[in-house]
Design a protein around this ligand. Sequence first.
Ligand code: AMP
Ligand code: MG
Length: 323
Amino acid sequence: MPIGTDISQAAALLRNGRIVGIPTETVYGLAANAYDPGAVLQIFQAKQRPAFDPLIVHVHAIAQAEEVASLETAEAAMREQAHALMRNFWPGPLTLVLPKAAQVPDLVTSGLGTVAVRMPAHPLTLRLLRSLPFPLAAPSANPFGYVSPTTAQHVADQLGGKVPYILDGGPCTVGLESTIIGWEQQAGAWVLYRPGGLPVEAVETVIGSVGRAQKAVVPASPGMLESHYAPLRPVFIGNVPLLMEAHSGKRIGVISFRENHHAQANEVLSRQGDLAEAARNLFAALRRLDAAPVDLILAEQFPGEGLGLAINDRLRRAAAKRE
Ligand code: AMP
Ligand code: MG
């Protein structure tokens, strides 16, 4: 299965109703024509993704977002804030959940009346999108529930046999999935569904305070699923030296922010204490530890602000037990 930088080959496959691995600044996506349910179905099959988990629609222009979302029916205040967010943060790691336009197939949104939309900040994928007459539905290009891919090779390792082409845009510069916020009509407020690559504090500088989604039995956004982004090995979060003592005798892999704890395998995400660098390194580090000869993975708690919020969210869900 080829990996390459040939945008026209990727475009030809997508026009023919096939799926393609695409780079974004957050993580690699598995893309299909968002208007073609047959193409979108292949994403669910390749990922073994349950049909209740909706996809994000990727666009190259605000005008294209307006084709996908029907903003004209929305309240004026919300419409203005949605546009302000697009102008301020697109292209970039912010996904908006907005009222859905009729032409978006139900399969893309899992039957919801809303659609998740984003403009990715990756030059190759923006060029690809501009060359196509349709937007791309794309979730992360990993088997459902596993750690998201941040290189083309990660995609090939896990979905290689199922994807006819992977567009290689180099390692992801953000390395965490997008921040997702949605407008909740009943509350008349914006709510954070998933912390991610854009700190929610930045969003709040534009639209004021954003609510935090409550945990629900049926998640409002499946990005809220408890066990997700999870390696195969057990993950424990907390004070690493104490956890190392508690698990002595076992082979241990450690994920830490700045400090090396000298376990059997060590992934220090940012020696200089830079959360953006730590975010960029997180998923590749989890994959390396998952492939290392260790029995379990220990992780430090990261600072609870900015990108640390999203890093802690992913670690917590990596640590949550599978059903
Ligand atoms: P992924 O790209 O794999 O991170 O998955 C996309 C995520 O976007 C889903 O798991 C949902 O959490 C979220 N999402 C997509 N569409 C909607 C929607 N209409 N309402 C709420 N969340 C959504
Ligand atoms: Mg995903």
